[in-house]
Write a protein that binds this ligand. Structure first.
Ligand SMILES: Nc1ncnc2c1ncn2[C@@H]1O[C@H](COP(=O)(O)OP(=O)(O)OP(=O)(O)O)[C@@H](O)[C@H]1O
Ligand SMILES: [Mg+2]
Length: 1138
């Protein structure tokens, strides 16, 4: 058996379809709803109608998985759900080409808007996909947040109450892909703009704008974020729990963008919203006129001014429109003043009109965006989310209109349900039996009848000349409708003199299909008239604002229409008429929403409240109509599939047509013939009892079947398990045996190997022993042989040695003997030679003596001098040649000189040394250039001046005298200074000029030419002093290692005005030498004195100061310090040189 789907009838909590309720009563109906609600089953069917009870909590029944579950499934196949209805409607639209409408009704807060969004989102999820289709879907879905922002508000009954009726046609192509849509809006509750009941708010957009807009936007709109600044915004519930106005504002702006609003359009819309808020803040004060009447004047013009700026209206025009009213009658124009009350009335009327027209414009604008592009015929699915029946304590014109609309919807519901029922019966060939039900056409007639309907009376009263008040309207109703059985007023219909005291004054009561409603006539005439003074609409038309101009076309003076605009009632009746005609062409699907409690809280089910709604929604009526003929119907195939297990002939397979199978089944079950009928494709079951009988039998049968299946399954499972065990056991045994044999074989194999190895070992050892023995025998024989041969050899050796020894002894003895003989011969020969030599020497001496005696006389005369000269010459020759080789180097400072070889050469040797030194000095000098020569001359002069006189001299010897240390001619910095000196600069250096007052030094440039000493500023090069050399008498320096020197000037000379100069230089020796040199080479020949002393006097202006040099401890890096000790003493401390 195959049970494919979970049916509506499976796992039922209560009953899923009220049609099956047994017994049917209001109590059982509500009890069923409660039971299901307690188990989170918020949806229940009445046939194809879905009842939805608001859970007031989020439920996990709208997930994508749920969408998939309900997709392409039959309506009754799964437990009740709004998706089942949406799927049914969508599939009949797509597959059967039937236009659909989904009518969602219920009281405020019952969940209509949520339901409509669920339907739309389901359809969006299951219909086709693709870039274009997705865009259309997105636009359709995003129209909701925009409309909710402008058309919804928090009320005491619902935090997001729709304050307008909405009907949306969604258009599809032949494939079922959405193409676009058209939205119609009905009767926006515009009175909310200017006044809200206690605990309620104005439309969401006002709060969203103030909370969510950026500071910049608010500034542009001249708004303040504080709600309390605006008279039109109620403060007691400005902030709603769970409602994030700021975030919603962003959502709305985003949605507007998606829907297709241009940025400037959004801006215009926000400007209008801001203008309404500003309008609410305009207040009036009375101003007496000369004719005694009061005329209104705007109190504080600031808000008026800002509003006019926002909308581009001329302030004076609008201000006048709040003070005067022009009435045009035929060719005449009469202007009357407005009192304060009238001005407020005009202001509020303008605000209401402004907002409601803006809302209608937004709907039109959305329609423009979402309208279907393709011109082909569309399939249409309409979704109607309209206010439900309203019964308040205080019911006014709005409730009257709303309830009228609901009467019409009930009428269409009855009409279409019955028509559908009837059509199905005809289609299925079942006989139609008349159904008794209440037809509310009579109530609709009471309201909308053209001649004497309440709306017609109201219009007549509004258009009537003369004084028209709500009371005159009620009087009219009393006369015209008094006889109507659904109309009641205080004046009893039976007698004008007997009053119905249950009715207050100024009220009338209508007995609607859903219950009696008492209406207060106050405001009926006014609201129906919905007047906006022409001056105001003209002022609006003059605005320099495209949208405002567009919203008030009647303000165009060129199109003045003296006819009154249609009344609100008339307009509503007309639009309801259009809506009804539209709905009648479509296949209806109903969602009836019920609100379980007044607290907006989950888990609370207030029976009295639900009972009230069940009554006025006519749900009992609904069930009765559904059950009037047959309570349940089902196509043959699913019916046979569900119940085939109840009959042996149909179980498990029925091969013939499904209908015959069902007939066999019913016959077999002996269901009485009057309990069901066979239609063409469905079986119709009259009574729910019969269905429950079938269900009960099925349940039992399923239990038996389950037991049987269990039994077979268990047997099969055990058998299979056993066979598996058996098979496994064989495999395991085979594997084990193989394993055991393998083990045994391996054991034998290893034992054999051991035995084998032992045997082989033993054999090998035996062989080894034999081989070892054999080898030892061979070795012993060899050893013995070796010993024998050794003995033999040694004996032979001994014999040979003896023989050799003997031979050697003979040789040695022979040699000794020969030697002795030779030595004796040698001694004899030597003796003989000595004797011969002695004889020869004695002979030579004797001969020599003889010769010397012969020649002594010649030698003494000549040879002695010659030999002497010769000897001297030889010695000198040798001396010079030796000196040539040992000459010292050519350096004049080389002190080496070779030693003299003979004392007699002492004088020559010293002379030669002197000559050589002079010669090499000359050679050395001859290489000098003129400049170098001059330098050496200066150095020489320095040496003459300072050597052994000043300690500083020693360190100056190795320093070259550079002269121009500043490179004065090349350095551009000193160009000016250079050019101010005529002569060639002989010395340019930086010196310290010692301050006479404190002994501190100041850097100066010292230039020395042949004629002058110039002192100049080091930084600027400016000449500070120019002393002609003839003015210098002497220079004083110390004996120590310092650079101080005093230039002492001739008394009375031009340069001596400021006194002598005490200076310090790094190149003192060079400077003084140069100065001295110039003096000595000058033409006048006046020498400059150089005084070297550790104490000298210096003339400072008029004082003579003693400069004293003392030896200080070496510190501060050997620096010289100079201090003024007193007026007469300047002490220079020179560290002792190391
Ligand atoms: N199916 C649902 N699941 C969860 N919460 C719901 C559901 N239906 C309604 N609600 C809750 O109830 C509140 C009121 O619902 P909704 O606005 O749809 O009421 P309504 O019938 O449109 O009322 P009105 O006539 O005032 O516009 C929602 O804001 C939401 O919090
Ligand atoms: Mg709503």
């Amino acid at each position: 058996m195959e049970v494919k789907t979970k049916s509506l009838l499976d796992n039922m909590i209560g009953v899923g379809d009220m049609v099956l309720l047994e017994p049917l009563s209001e109590d059982s109906f509500i009890e069923n709803l409660r039971k299901r609600f307690d188990h989170n089953e918020i949806y229940t069917y009445i046939g194809s109608v879905v009842i939805s009870v608001n859970p007031y909590k989020s439920m996990l029944i709208y997930t994508p998985e749920k969408v998939e579950e309900y997709r392409n499934r039959n309506f009754y196949e799964l437990s009740p759900h709004i998706y089942a209805l949406a799927d049914e409607a969508y599939r009949s639209l797509r597959d059967q080409d039937k236009d659909q409408c989904i009518l969602i009704t219920g009281e405020s807060g019952a969940g209509k808007t949520e339901a409509s969004k669920l339907v739309m989102s389901y359809v969006a999820a299951v219909c086709g996909k693709g870039q274009e289709v997705n865009k259309v879907k997105e636009q359709l879905l995003q129209s909701n947040p925009v409309l909710e922002a402008f058309g919804n508000a928090k009320t005491v009954r619902n935090d997001n109450s729709s304050r307008f009726g909405k009907y949306m046609d969604i258009e599809f192509d032949f494939k079922g892909d959405p193409l676009g849509g058209v939205i119609s809006n009905y009767l926006l509750e515009k009175s909310r703009v200017v006044k809200q009941p206690r605990g309620e708010r104005n439309f969401h957009i006002f709060y969203q704008l103030l909370s969510g807009a950026s500071d910049d936007t608010l500034k542009k709109l001249k708004l303040d974020r504080d709600f309390s600044k605006y008279n039109y915004l109620s403060l007691d519930s400005a902030v709603v729990n769970g409602l994030d106005d700021a975030a919603n504002f962003r959502t709305v702006r985003n949605a507007m963008q998606i829907v297709g609003f241009m940025e400037d359009e959004v801006q215009s819309v926000l400007e209008l919203v801001a203008a309404v808020l500003k309008l609410g803040n305009i207040e009036f004060k009375p101003e007496s006129r000369c004719n005694g009447t009061d005329e209104s004047r705007v109190k504080d013009k600031n808000d008026l001014k800002e509003m006019c700026e926002l909308l581009g209206i001329e302030q004076s025009v609008l201000e006048r429109a709040f003070s005067y009213r022009t009435v045009e009658a035929k060719m005449e124009k009469v202007s009357t003043t407005l009192n304060v009350a009238q001005a407020y009335y005009a202001r509020d009327a303008l605000a209401k009109n402004l907002y409601s027209r803006l809302f209608s414009w937004i709907v039109t604008r959305i329609n423009e965006s979402i309208k279907a592009q393709a011109k082909t015929r569309h399939k249409v699915m309409g979704v109607l989310d309209i206010y439900g029946f309203e019964i308040f304590e205080d019911n006014s014109f709005e409730q009257f209109i709303i309830n009228y609309c609901n009467e019409k919807l009930q009428q269409i519901f009855i009409e279409l349900t019955l028509r559908e029922e009837q059509e199905e019966y005809i289609r299925e060939g079942i006989e139609w039996t008349n159904i008794e039900y209440f037809n509310n056409a009579i109530i609709c007639d009471l309201i909308e009848n053209h001649q004497n309907g309440i709306l017609a009376m109201l219009d007549e009263e509004c258009l009537r000349p003369g004084t028209v008040t709500d009371e005159t309207f009620l009087d009219k109703l009393n006369t015209v409708c008094a006889e109507h059985q659904h109309f009641e007023s205080r004046l009893n219909k039976n007698s004008k003199f007997l009053n119905d005291h249950s009715l207050p004054h100024c009220c009338f009561r209508i007995q609607h299909y859903a219950g009696k409603v008492l209406y207060r006539v106050e405001g009926f005439v006014d609201k129906n008239n919905d007047l906006l003074y022409r001056d105001l609409s003209q002022a609006m038309y003059k605005a320099n604002h495209t949208l405002i101009k567009h919203l008030f076309p009647e303000g165009n003076p060129a199109k003045v229409n003296l006819k009154r605009p249609p009344t609100a009632g008339f307009q509503f009746k007309a639009s309801v008429g259009t809506l009804m005609r539209n709905l009648q062409t479509k296949n209806p699907n109903y969602i009836r929403c019920i609100k379980p409690n007044d607290k907006k809280a989950p888990h609370i089910f207030t029976e009295s409240l639900v009972c009230h709604q069940v009554r006025y929604l006519g749900l009992m009526e609904n069930v009765r109509v559904r059950r009037a003929g047959y309570a349940f119907r089902q196509a043959y195939e699913p019916c046979l599939e569900r119940y085939k297990m109840l009959c042996k002939r149909t179980w498990p397979h029925w091969r013939g047509p499904a209908r015959e199978g069902v007939e066999v089944l019913m016959a077999d079950l002996q269901v009485p013939a009057e309990e069901f009928s066979y239609g063409r494709s469905k079986i119709f079951i009259r009574n729910p009892r019969t269905l429950f009988f079938l269900e009960e039998r099925r349940r039992q049968c399923l239990q038996d079947l389950a037991t049987l299946i269990q039994k077979i399954y268990r047997g099969w499972k055990c058998r299979t398990h056993f066979l598996l065990l058996k098979k496994s056991q064989i495999v395991v045994a085979a594997w084990y045996r193989r394993y055991a044999q393998q083990k045994k074989y391996q054991k034998i194999k290893s034992a054999t190997t051991v035995v084998q190895s032992y045997t082989r070992g033993w054999q090998a050892r035996k062989l080894l022993r034999e081989l070892k023995h054999q080898k030892r025998c061979e070795e012993a024989a060899t050893t013995i042989a070796a010993y024998w041969h050794g003995t033999q050899a040694r004996m032979e050796l001994r014999r040979l040695k003896q023989e050799v020894r003997n031979k050697h002894a003979v040789t040695v003895i022979w040699a000794y003997w020969q030697g002795t003989k030779a030595r004796r011969e040698l001694r004899r020969l030597k003796e003989e030679a000595k004797r011969k030599h002695a004889v020869a020497v004695i002979w030579a001496y004797w001969k020599g003596l003889k010769v010397r005696r012969e020649y002594r006389k010649f030698f003494r005369a000549n040879a002695g001098k010659k030999i002497y000269d010769f000897t001297i010459q030889r010695i000198m020759q040798k001396y010079f040649q030796g000196l040539k080789k040992t000459l010292p180097s050519m350096s004049p400072i080389d002190k080496n000189w070779p030693a003299r070889p003979y004392i007699f050469l002492d004088g020559v040797h010293m002379e030669l040394r002197r000559i050589f030194h002079l010669w090499r000095c000359k050679k050395y000098r001859s290489q000098f250039t003129d400049e170098k020569k001059a330098v050496y001359e200066e150095k020489l002069e320095a040496s003459e001046l300072f050597k052994d006189k000043k300690a500083l001299y020693a360190s100056s010897v190795s320093q070259p005298f550079k002269g121009d240390y500043l490179e004065i001619s090349k350095n551009p910095k000193y160009q000016k200074l250079n050019s101010s000196v005529d002569e060639k600069v002989l010395l340019a250096d930086v010196v310290n000029k010692i301050n006479r007052a404190n002994g501190k030094g100041t850097t100066r440039i010292l230039l020395l030419t042949k004629k002058n000493v110039v002192l100049a500023d080091q930084k600027t090069g400016q000449v500070k002093a120019n002393v002609a050399l003839p003015d210098l008498t002497s220079v004083s320096v110390s004996t120590q290692n310092d650079g101080f020197f005093a230039l002492r000037l001739k008394e009375g000379s031009a340069s001596a005005v400021k006194g002598d100069f005490l200076l310090s230089s790094e190149h003192l020796i060079e400077t003084i030498t140069k100065l001295h040199h110039i003096g000595s080479t000058a033409s006048d020949g006046e020498q400059l004195n150089v005084d070297i002393s550790d104490e000298f006097l210096v003339q400072f202006k008029h004082d003579k100061v003693c400069v004293k040099f003392i030896q200080g401890a070496p510190k501060n890096g050997n620096s010289v310090s100079c201090k003024r000790k007193n007026n007469r003493l300047l002490e220079v401390s020179v560290p002792a040189s190391a």
